[in-house]
Write a protein that binds this ligand. Structure first.
Ligand SMILES: [Zn+2]
Length: 376
């Protein structure tokens, strides 16, 4: 077991962010005086947060598994550890350190915070500026829902959380902190969905190949399943996922009579996306019949509940690390998926030249560079 003290404001600001797991580590946040504090667990592993008063009395003790904001009562020491760790043996050491503390001042740029954090902060402030342009100083939830895409709203609340967390340590632009509070308050009812959308709902059509999967001519991506007309705007991003779409040209749409042939639409999308479409389909069915699993954790599986897909992207996982939109390269297709694909593509005669399987193969081979080692 390891004990780390986080004493300077820069150290405190980073905390457990970007750690894979806290395991045996004990992070002790030590402040010069007693205050109410807001911690966020964004980019943090599952952890236990314990807060202590100046006298060493435990005023807060909870295991936080989800990414969220945690409001702590008046406290001077905060401990973060793995959920199972017993921190008590360290308490005396932690408490004994307090007299030697330097007083915290405003954080100097570059001191302690690394480049990544500074660019995140700059982005967060820019997000708040956009909010102010859209709303002036009073946040109107209606404007927020109309004006911004769901994934943008997710990124904006993440930014707001960041800013609040840093607001003690850094000198931030006037108004940004107030706006952050208001945005979080306005978005609170939607927070799970919009944070999921901030990863899984980002636009992808510009980057994906857009030739027809049947004939290879210029095409557009056509969604297949549609939401109920009264579905809340916050869930619509899943219907805009690539797993619910096929690239098909006008000409082939006509030839196949695709718009009037639902089973052909399903053959094409199911054949193209295999288990990834099937997982999305299960979510679609469940949300219509209000049968989503109660224990679905959208912070670990933002796309769909864990039990709907396999373990890997190829087998339909909806896990956070596989949530960014990707083309159908290396999807695991069963023989049934291949049959569905062939039914869809070759059931009608081609007019003019016979294109064969080249356009489809190009589509299936296409991939984006997914950055490795992304520690989110
Ligand atoms: Zn076509």
């Amino acid at each position: 077991m390891q004990l780390h003290f986080l004493i300077t404001s820069g150290q405190r600001a980073t905390g457990a962010m970007f750690m894979e797991s806290l395991n045996e580590t004990v992070l002790a946040f030590i402040y010069p005086d007693e205050h109410k504090r807001t911690f966020h667990t964004f980019f943090c592993p599952s952890m236990r947060i314990v807060a202590l008063s100046t006298e060493g009395q435990v005023v807060f003790d909870e295991v936080i598994a989800k990414w969220k904001w945690v409001r702590l009562p008046e406290c001077r020491y905060v401990i973060e550890t793995g959920p199972q760790v017993d921190y008590r043996p360290f308490m005396n050491t932690i408490l004994s350190l307090s007299p030697a503390l330097p007083q915290s001042g405003a954080l100097e740029p570059g001191a302690g915070l690394d480049q990544l954090l500074f660019s995140l902060l700059a982005e967060a402030v820019a997000d708040m500026r956009r909010i102010r342009e859209a709303h002036q100083y009073k946040i109107d939830p209606k404007i927020q829902r109309q004006r911004f895409a769901t994934w943008e709203r997710g990124q904006i609340v993440s930014s707001a959380g960041f800013l609040l967390d840093f607001s003690d340590a850094c000198h931030l632009p006037d108004g940004a902190v107030k706006l952050s509070h208001s945005v979080l308050k306005a978005e609170e009812p939607y927070i799970d969905e919009i944070v999921a959308a901030s990863v899984g709902g980002i636009p992808w059509r510009q980057e994906f190949p857009s030739h027809c999967m049947r004939c290879g001519k210029p095409a557009s991506w056509r969604p297949i399943l549609s939401p109920k007309s009264n579905a809340p705007v916050e869930i619509l991003w899943r219907y805009q996922r690539p797993e619910n779409a096929i690239p098909i040209c006008h000409h082939c749409t006509e030839t196949l009579n695709l718009l009037r042939d639902e089973s052909l639409q399903l053959d094409l999308v199911r054949g193209l996306w295999g288990p990834r479409f099937e997982a999305l389909w299960q979510w679609h069915r469940a949300i219509r019949t209000k049968r989503l699993p109660k224990d679905w954790d959208p912070y670990t599986h933002p796309l769909w509940p864990q039990e709907y897909g396999g373990e890997e992207w190829e087998s339909g996982s909806g896990a956070l690390k596989f949530a960014e939109p990707r083309p159908p390269h290396r999807v695991l297709r069963s023989e049934q998926h291949m049959q569905a694909l062939r039914r869809g593509l070759f059931s009608k005669k081609f007019r003019g030249r016979q294109p064969g399987e080249t356009p489809l193969q190009k589509l299936l081979d296409f991939r984006l560079d997914i950055p490795k080692g992304d520690s989110r």
